[in-house]
Design a protein around this ligand. Structure first.
Ligand code: IPD
Ligand code: CA
Length: 289
């Protein structure tokens, strides 16, 4: 691994820790909550402030690198994954949790070169745990190696998933239908902590056997995906094809057989891809409430 990528990863870890401190401090204060695509897609000034801090620091230290960040894209920046070294950042993953004081919030920083993830850093802000993985170097939580569960029987598994922020009735029906089918296999349980990044870290830690979601964004799952892979897990699209970072669909599991059994149960839908409008749109209106 080139020294410059290791340096970038060390920088990501340090930025995630600084960002996490800002998030923890902000939870104590009143916050102004704004809406993005709909009334349940929330953003706060902390999301924006943390992303600005990360962008500024990355641009100063690695001026040739590209950047995809949730709040930059919301403000009209293009969402393009080129072959250039690219930072893929969610400053606050679990914004709804953050707004409500539900204690699962993460800073997620993925890094790809030639469209391949090279490192992933997920900082769990509320319990001060740093998850990280470097391609080929394993996955760790606070320097302890991570390993996925060795369970191979889906009936003895916990599956994590989320309801997401789309309230289109057809989509909601499909989400519930998938959950009903999986629950009825049966599995031991269905869980979800309200952040894609931490759901992926739960797969990497062996606490759940699998996680899937349709409607997430690349910044939600880039870092966590590599952490799962480096912990010995498998990644795929919810239709069983290869994982696509721009497709907004992810399935991560401890083993291929559990992943493939989930593919049989998941009701597929296809949200607009993250790179659908790469020309850069006008900044979306932010509504206050
Ligand atoms: C959300 C979280 C949530 C998932 C949503 C994501 P955000 O990210 O990861 O768990 O269900 O699909 O958009 O908006 O809190 O960064
Ligand atoms: Ca976010």
């Amino acid at each position: 691994m080139a020294a410059v990528w290791l340096e970038a990863m060390e920088h990501a870890v340090s930025l995630a820790r600084t960002a996490g401190t800002l998030v923890r401090e902000a939870v104590q204060r009143d916050m102004k909550v704004m809406m993005k695509s709909c009334s349940v897609d929330l953003v706060t000034q902390t999301d924006q402030k943390v992303e600005q801090l990360i962008v500024k620091s990355v641009k100063e230290k690695f001026p040739t690198h590209s950047f995809i960040g949730e709040e930059s894209v919301a403000a009209g920046e293009p969402c393009v994954l080129s072959d250039a070294p690219t930072w893929i950042v969610d400053p606050v993953d679990g914004t709804t949790n953050f707004v409500h004081g539900f204690p699962f919030v993460a800073v997620s920083i993925g890094f790809a070169v030639n469209k391949q993830l090279l490192f992933g850093v997920v900082y769990s802000c509320m319990d001060d745990r740093m998850f990280s993985a470097l391609r080929g170097g394993g996955a760790f939580c606070d320097h302890q190696p991570l390993r996925v569960s060795d369970q191979t029987d889906i009936h003895q598994s916990i599956v994590a998933t989320e309801f997401g922020s789309c309230r289109d009735p057809d989509v909601v029906d499909k989400i519930f239908s998938s959950m009903k089918r999986i629950l009825s296999l049966p599995v031991h349980g269905i869980r979800g902590v309200g952040t894609a990044a931490l759901n992926l870290c739960l797969v990497a830690s062996g606490s759940v056997e699998a996680y899937y979601e349709i409607g997430v964004h690349c910044w939600d799952y880039a870092a966590g995906a590599l952490i799962v892979e480096e912990a010995g897990g498998v990644l795929m699209d919810v239709d069983g094809g290869p994982l696509d970072l721009m497709s907004r669909r992810v399935l991560a599991a401890n083993c291929r057989s559990i992943a493939e059994q989930l593919v049989q149960q998941i009701q597929i839908f296809s949200p607009e891809r993250d790179d659908a409008d790469t020309e850069s749109g006008a900044a979306r209106d932010l509504k206050f409430h």
